[in-house]
Design a protein around this ligand. Structure first.
Ligand code: NDP
Ligand code: 2IT
Length: 449
């Protein structure tokens, strides 16, 4: 059984019972509840009025049919989701994921984590998440557009700049956000720019939003490393995934003087000892929508491509898992530690298993959990909303400067909270407690709603 304080155990048992089979959601709730024992010992009022039970229950869960027509004229059906988890701090905010593995439990875990992450940013945004089990792989632009239009035809009634503001996640990038925004605008007859973030720069997007999650994760790891008097300079890094988050993580690692030598996708990983050639990787991934093996073929000699085994067997000092949940397990953690790891920054949501996190903590590795380390994406989404609301548009430098400040503040508040609760350097505890207290304080002010 989990190491949850016995006063909180009935809440967890209730979550297990009411959300049967939703293992990712159970995992996310368990980790947060494990952090809250010391909070309710010190401040028992946080357990009053079923506050913690309410935080674990989404405010609203929407599930809908998404019919669309493929290029052969065949009708296809997918399932759409939006879990509006918590609006104590602002409108629901969080991305949309299009991936065949999507189900309600995955969206619920993401929406739960998003609530605390968004609180950590210090911006006025609540938590939500959505998506579909639609697989965009191999689909034409026309198919993607028709799917997005059908998805939005159902979802639009639940959205609004003061209600719920989606953005991208796995399988949803600039192209999809454009199609979704176009259909929302058509259905509502309103140019409501603040209803979606991650928009293109030619129709209301923010500079630096595309780069923000990866850049922010590197800023966070840099802050952690400073606490031990070190930096990215000369360090080898392994970054899993090769999508939006991974690519801009690699870019910022190189800017900070580190060397990212490996990345991956669902069909394997590559190791390029000279450092990943980012222009080539962007060409392969963004323009050709290809695979990392295409990078290996184009780059030529010296690049190793493997379809088997784990990317975490590649020796490195910094590991930044940036693909998907539970992609780094206890065995991977052991290997990384043995090979000289000093820091982990989670670009993806919940990429490390509980066993892996335990091993990192026991080995005194700097560990930046997703809620804190990847919050730069949603923080910059909130900056996009701010620009839309004031009909303004900032320079790249100005936006990135704000992102860097937000990441430093998130780092410092997690570190201070961890110190306050007698666990210096424990960013998991620091992030969970800081996020929880901000959401809980707002909920206590708002009454039982
Ligand atoms: P993308 O779709 O741009 O890229 C996802 C990458 O991860 C691809 O390389 C993909 O490989 C790989 N991947 C996805 N699912 C799997 C899987 N089940 N097994 C193996 N590899 C997989 O998504 P993002 O870069 O936007 O998102 C990556 C992670 O970061 C996710 O966990 C997301 O929730 C998180 N995140 C994203 C933010 C954002 O702003 N975009 C903000 C904060 C967190 P393949 O192409 O082969 O599927
Ligand atoms: O997981 C995340 O924080 C995101 N996918 C980004 C959410 C957002 O609203 O920008």
């Amino acid at each position: 059984m989990p190491r949850i304080d016995e006063k909180l155990l009935p809440i967890f048992e209730d979550v297990l019972r009411r959300n049967a089979g939703e293992s990712e959601f159970h995992q996310a709730v368990e980790e947060v509840l494990e952090s809250l024992g010391c909070v309710i010992s010190k401040h028992p009022e946080y357990a009053d009025n079923a506050l913690i039970e309410r935080i674990c229950e989404p405010e609203r869960q929407i599930i809908f049919r998404v019919p669309w027509v493929d290029d052969k004229g065949q009708v296809r059906i997918n399932r759409g989701f939006r879990v509006q988890f918590n609006s104590a701090l602002g409108p629901y905010k969080g991305g949309l994921r299009f991936h065949p593995s999507v189900n309600v439990g995955i969206i619920k875990f993401l929406g739960f984590e998003q609530t605390f992450k968004n609180a950590l940013t210090g911006m006025p945004i609540g938590g939500g998440k959505g998506g579909s089990d639609f697989n965009p792989r191999g689909r034409s632009d026309g198919e993607i557009m028709r799917f997005c239009q059908s998805f939005m035809t159902e979802l639009y009634r639940h959205l609004g700049e003061y209600t719920d503001v989606p953005a991208g996640d796995i399988g949803v990038g600039g192209r999809e956000i454009g199609f979704l925004f176009g259909q929302y605008k058509r259905l509502t007859n309103r140019y409501e720019a603040g209803v979606l973030t991650g928009k293109g720069l030619n129709y209301g997007g923010s500079r630096a939003r595309t780069e923000a999650t990866g850049y922010g994760a590197v800023y966070f790891v840099d802050q952690m490393m400073r606490t031990r008097g070190t930096s990215f300079e000369g360090k080898r890094a392994v970054v899993s995934g090769s999508g939006n988050v991974a690519i801009y993580t690699i870019e910022k690692i190189h800017e900070f003087g580190g060397k990212a030598i490996a990345c991956s996708d669902s069909s394997g990983y590559i190791v390029d000892e000279n450092g990943i050639d980012l222009e080539l990787l962007k060409e392969v991934k963004f323009n050709r929508r290809g695979r990392v093996r295409d990078y290996a073929a184009l780059r030529g000699n010296g690049v190793h491509h493997s379809e088997k085994g784990s990317i975490w067997a590649v020796p490195c000092e910094v590991a930044m898992p940036s693909a998907t949940q539970n992609e780094l397990d206890g065995t991977d953690a052991q290997t990384l530690i043995k090979n000289g790891l000093i820091a982990v920054g989670e670009g993806a949501n919940m990429p490390s298993t509980p066993d892996a996190i335990r091993q990192f903590q026991e080995a005194n590795i700097l560990f930046g959990p997703a809620k804190a380390a990847n919050a730069g994406g949603v923080a910059t989404s909130a900056l996009e909303m701010q620009q839309n609301a004031s009909r303004d548009s900032w320079t790249f430098e100005e936006t990135e400067r704000r992102l860097a400040t937000i990441m430093r503040r998130i780092h410092d508040s997690c570190a201070e909270t961890a110190d306050k609760y007698g666990a210096p350097g424990n960013y998991v505890l620091g992030a969970n407690i800081t996020g929880f207290v901000r959401v809980a304080d707002a909920m206590r002010s708002l009454g039982v709603v």
